[in-house]
Write a protein that binds this ligand. Structure first.
Ligand code: ZN
Length: 452
């Protein structure tokens, strides 16, 4: 009990006059607002007030008084800092959960610098947003802060340096070296296991999946023996690996078909993955699934149903067209459902990559080559307009879903695709020349190993 008590006498005589005056006012205020009947042992209360004023009211002091206080405090023994500090030598502190800058200053035994640091402005705002795990590097002279480095990334810091009574902030960039690293493997149980075995992080594996998501259905298409190769950026700082960068080139062999992708930033500054022919791997959608048609009903979450006469969300768009009008797949994808389903009648659902799906209902009949599991091309005829299911007349009911959620097909922002313009092909081929040759070399190597 005795050891955990505050030691009122210790810091009291060392508080300079101005501070004591403020402390006195605070104590007076505390006494005034203390409810009657509640005992307040004077010494403890005074000490608490004194502890507060060393931190808080300093902001209001004149620069000269500030300097005086600081000099006085420099001369005192600080109350047991919990982090060992060596004057002049940088001390690194890792921010803990629930930590604040003032708590860290307290632990280090730094006094009175906080107000100078926390000035309004962009540079200073970063100090209010410290997060657990972040590194702060302090350089002190006694209890005076000379320099504070806020480590934002392994290669970028915000540095606050003392300039008399204030601090100057600057961003410090460290030069990273980037190398291209190879990783590759083959699948015998899962892509993740194979990727990890090849030394790839989860992020890199996800990046790889993302690149080929329009061509390969990673949930259904992967087979034992499929293989992959990637060339990815590795960022080094003084020869040490600090983080992975982007995939520069990738190859995926799925069911015997080789897909390749090359990252390229075009002349307008847009980065995408392209095939060797300069076609973006990012596919798009046709806006309408029927060439000549009239919209007979719009997407409407609160529509009165024309037959049922109840409020029922209309989660698609209806295109009125004569029976037998061809229906086109709006995007390249895989048939994941084909059959008759209640009010929808005969319908087909396509999945496009991992995110998008489209639904086509009330068909009179299906086109050939649309069995479940089949891949269809963009614009391919998948069926014909009809009036099956709950329908007032021949029309196509078309739905567009993003991550399983119905979106208005007429308004949803569709992914844009493009091929590189001819004028840019030379630049593109020059950019991808080296990674393409490297992928070739690794592919040859793998074939040679398989032949053994
Ligand atoms: Zn409809």
């Amino acid at each position: 009990m005795g050891t955990s008590q505050k030691r009122p006498a210790r810091s009291f005589p060392l508080i300079p006059l101005a501070t004591v005056l403020v402390a006195g006012l605070l104590v007076a205020a505390a006494i005034l607002i203390t409810p009657p009947g509640q005992s307040t042992p004077g010494g403890t209360n005074l000490a608490n007030a004194a502890m507060q004023v060393t931190d808080l009211p300093l902001k209001q002091l004149s620069p000269q008084a500030f300097a005086d206080v600081e000099r006085d405090l420099d001369a005192t023994e600080t109350p047991e800092p919990t982090t060992p500090v060596h004057a002049g030598k940088p001390t690194t502190v890792v921010v803990k959960r629930g930590d604040s800058l003032s708590a860290i200053f307290m632990r280090l035994g730094i006094y009175s610098n906080l107000a100078q640091l926390l000035k309004p402005g962009e540079d200073h705002r970063a100090l209010e947003r410290i997060y657990p795990g972040q590194k702060l590097v302090f350089t002190l002279s006694g209890t005076r802060l000379d320099r504070l480095e806020l480590v934002q990334t392994p290669y970028r810091s915000l540095v606050y340096s003392r300039n008399n009574d204030s601090f100057v902030a600057e961003t410090l960039h460290r030069q990273l070296d980037t190398i291209l690293q190879y990783a590759g493997g083959h699948i015998d149980s899962s892509l993740y296991l194979a990727g990890h075995r090849a030394g790839m992080s989860d992020t890199l594996i996800q990046d790889l999946v993302h690149i080929f998501r329009w061509d390969i259905d990673f949930a259904l298409d992967l087979r034992v023996g499929d293989s992959f190769s990637i060339l990815y950026e590795k960022h080094l700082l003084d020869g040490e690996e600090v983080e992975d960068g982007e995939i520069a080139a990738a190859e995926f062999v799925n069911k015997g078909i080789t897909y390749r992708a090359y990252r390229y930033t075009d002349e307008s500054g847009r980065t995408d993955y392209y095939t060797l022919e300069g076609k973006s791997l990012h596919r798009t959608f046709l806006r309408t699934p029927v060439k000549i048609a009239r919209i007979s009903s719009y997407f409407n979450p609160r529509r009165r149903h024309p037959i049922l006469n109840v409020i029922r969300a209309h989660r698609g768009v209806d295109y009125a067209a004569p029976t037998g009008t061809p229906i086109q797949a709006t995007g390249a994808g895989r048939v994941i459902y084909r059959g008759t389903k209640g009010q929808y009648g005969k319908m087909i659902v396509l999945r496009h990559g991992n995110i998008y799906s489209t639904l086509y209902a009330h068909m009179s009949r299906y086109a050939r080559g649309t069995g479940v599991g089949r891949m269809v091309k963009q614009g391919q005829t998948i069926g014909y307009v009809g009036s099956t299911g709950l329908s007032t007349g021949p029309h196509l009911h078309y739905e567009f879903r993003v991550n399983g959620v119905h979106r208005n097909p007429l308004k949803v922002k569709l992914p844009q695709t493009k091929s590189l313009p001819k004028a840019e092909m030379d630049r593109f081929l020059a950019t991808i020349h080296a990674p393409a040759r490297q992928l070739d070399a690794y592919a040859l190597n793998r074939l040679a190993l398989q032949a053994l």
